[in-house]
Write a protein that binds this ligand. Structure first.
Ligand code: ASP
Length: 342
């Protein structure tokens, strides 16, 4: 009799553990920017460096989720790794403005509560994603810009660096190249003293970073961080810190982070639109993401891509450019990183 009871309890315990494992659909997806990223333009060393850093970021986020962390915590930890790498256009390695500065934008959103936080045009915050998180968690606002955002971040004890921390030679060269091309066609690289100023953004690499995650509690989160676009002027802000455009998360639909030509993404409210198609038109994540990125954006001339995850752990990573640094990781560490079209 005693043996039967023990076997019975053991069977129940096993089935409970098995059921919990089955329900744990943890998933994390990242991007490191989209653009004209082709094998012909890439060296094998650089390709290796990108893949290793993407994998390191995925592994970090996965460890957070696997150890019971929330999707928000995983998104912040993952993005910090990408911000700290000079390979990507976020944090260290951010692109330069027309005036030779690095102005950073970031945002984060919690799919469970629909709370969100963002910072724009900051120049001294080592990890802008942590500032966006502080705006969400520790203030009554959603978005802070420039010096005000930096003052707030400082009061929250976040790490402050000299603006020169963000400088890299590679990005400086990109700025110089764009300026000289612009000078040839406009005859004035500063763009001052003209009736109408054409700001040219080459469809090269956008390089923004982003992460979306589903945790074991069934909650979604999304975050995005960027230096914006090379040669931007006049305090230009792109889609990345704008909730609904570059970042959105809603447990009842999906979590989305975007990368691409921000002006188009703002006008198309890309991240929100994907969730809205799922909610109001009952579309699957893949169908909704394709509709927005491969159809609507293409028709409007907006290049770029998105990453997204829904509450079932389905993943979508469409892009309408030549390539997009991206990857995902799921339960048991299964996943992959990609650069080009597959
Ligand atoms: N979307 C960003 C912006 O327009 C650029 C990027 O994705 O790299 O600021």
């Amino acid at each position: 009799m005693k043996r039967i009871i023990i076997v019975f309890i053991f069977t129940i315990l096993c089935s409970v553990i098995f059921a919990q494992e089955k329900d744990k659909k943890i998933t994390l997806v990242i991007h490191g920017g989209a653009g004209t990223i082709t094998k012909e333009n890439m060296t094998s060393e650089l390709e290796k460096a990108y893949k290793e850093k993407l994998q390191e970021a995925l592994d970090r986020g996965y460890t957070v989720l696997e150890n019971g962390g929330t999707s928000l915590e995983a998104v912040v930890e993952t993005i910090k790794i990408l911000e700290d790498s000079p390979l990507f256009n976020a944090g260290k390695g951010a692109v330069f403005t027309n005036e030779g500065k690095n102005e950073l934008d970031a945002s984060i959103m919690d799919g469970k509560t629909l709370k969100a936080g963002a910072v724009a045009g900051v120049t001294r915050l080592k990890n802008p994603i942590t500032a966006a998180q502080a705006v969400m968690d520790k203030s009554e606002h959603v978005m802070m810009a420039g010096m005000g955002a930096e003052k707030f971040a400082r009061s929250m004890g976040l790490e402050i660096v000299e603006p020169s921390y963000f400088h890299t030679q590679k990005r400086l060269k990109q700025l110089e190249k764009i300026k000289s091309t612009e000078k040839e066609s406009n005859g004035n690289a500063d763009g001052e003293g003209r009736g109408s100023i054409k700001v040219k953004y080459p469809d090269s690499k956008f390089g923004t970073v982003g992460c979306v995650a589903l945790d074991q509690y069934g909650n979604l989160a999304a975050g995005t961080s960027t230096g914006g676009m090379t040669n931007k002027r006049y305090g230009r802000i792109g889609d990345s810190p704008i909730i609904g455009a570059g970042t959105y998360a809603d447990n009842n639909a999906c979590a989305v982070s975007a990368t691409g030509h921000g002006e188009y993404f703002i006008r198309s409210v890309v991240a929100y639109d994907i969730g809205a198609l799922m909610k109001y038109k009952n579309m699957s994540l893949k169908a909704a993401a394709d509709e927005v990125v491969m159809k609507k954006l293409v028709e409007r001339g907006g290049s770029g891509g998105i990453i997204a995850v829904d509450k079932e752990g389905n993943v979508a990573m469409p892009f309408n450019t030549a390539g997009m640094y991206r990857g995902y990781i799921k339960q048991k560490g299964e996943g992959k990183v990609f650069i080009y079209k597959e």
